[in-house]
Design a protein around this ligand. Structure first.
Ligand code: UDP
Length: 275
């Protein structure tokens, strides 16, 4: 334990992967990647690779779960057995049940569940590769996938974590910082700053907590832009280039309709006079 505390995670203001303390890992996001799902989103965030799929609103099975005045939302967070260094035993465990619950609670407040009584919206979050921050990656992807499914929402939910290593606050922990750091605080919020998830592992002073929340807000703002851009890329019609005007062929000019009519009327007159 002592050795872990002495590890240097920040040297000359740079972290183990070269990032500044308030820098996110590189992020790539794509919406609409699964054709059988109603909505889907794939995110790569540092070493994390996470897929989210949304199905519904659809009929609830088993039926006794249905609510007469609103849709229910189910969320299943799952880590593939090959997603981590040591093979993970397949199936739900305490941690994945917890992450499923907090992810659902992070997303539910923005969805107009009242629009779809007696139905269910199913959200699946599949972690293919994990490197800390998978719950926040999953929430970002699931939120964009809900929008991709066309489900009415008040807003998107964006998430990122803040933590403490070597006594300093850092944005978006990677695995080593998560495992050996002094605190880890995943946060999810709407762009209006309404917090829908806030968890804390470790200790922060009140002053550190306030600064950490401010950093998380900056991170979530950046995530929101990434989600919005991914949705725009999928749905905004690409700008059409001006069609090139075909060059006019140099032909004999066509006689106009008026000319035709004049000729026709003249010929009629001639034939009338003949009679
Ligand atoms: N992890 C692991 N095996 C597990 C669960 C987690 O190796 O069974 C790793 C994984 O890289 C994960 C990290 O530990 O991303 C941090 O897990 P945590 O519970 O803090 O959740 P997360 O940060 O992924 O939301």
């Amino acid at each position: 334990m002592r050795m872990e505390e002495e590890r240097a995670f920040i040297v000359d203001g740079r972290r183990l992967d070269g990032r500044a303390v308030d820098e996110l890992r590189p992020i790539k996001m794509e919406v609409g990647v699964l054709h059988r799902a109603d909505g889907s989103c794939y995110i790569e965030w540092g070493g994390n690779k996470v897929m989210a799929a949304v199905y519904g609103p659809r009929e609830v099975h088993p039926r006794h779960l249905q609510e007469s005045n609103r849709a229910i939302m189910r969320c299943r967070y799952n880590m593939a057995s090959f997603s981590v260094e040591e093979r993970r035993r397949p199936g739900p465990d305490r941690r994945s049940i917890e992450v499923s619950k907090v992810s659902r609670e992070a997303l539910e407040p923005v969805v107009f569940l009242g629009y779809y009584p007696r139905s269910v919206i199913d959200v699946f979050i599949e972690v293919l590769q994990a490197d800390a921050g998978t719950r926040t990656a999953g929430i970002n992807a699931a939120s964009a996938a809900l929008a991709d499914a066309g489900i009415p929402m008040r807003n998107l939910v964006s998430a990122c974590s803040v933590g403490k290593v070597d006594g300093e606050l850092v944005l978006d922990l990677m695995k080593e910082e998560d495992n050996y750091g002094q605190a880890d605080m995943p946060v999810a919020m709407t762009p209006r700053g309404e917090i829908t998830l806030l968890q804390m592992d470790g200790h922060l002073t009140r002053e550190e907590f306030e600064r950490a929340l401010e950093m998380a807000m900056q991170g979530c703002r950046r995530l929101y832009e990434i989600q919005r851009d991914a949705l725009i890329r999928r749905y905004a019609a690409p700008e059409q280039p001006e069609p090139e005007k075909p060059e006019k062929p140099e032909e004999e000019p066509q006689e106009s309709f008026e000319q035709d009519m004049e000729e026709f009327e003249e010929s009629e007159e001639v034939s009338e006079n003949d009679e």
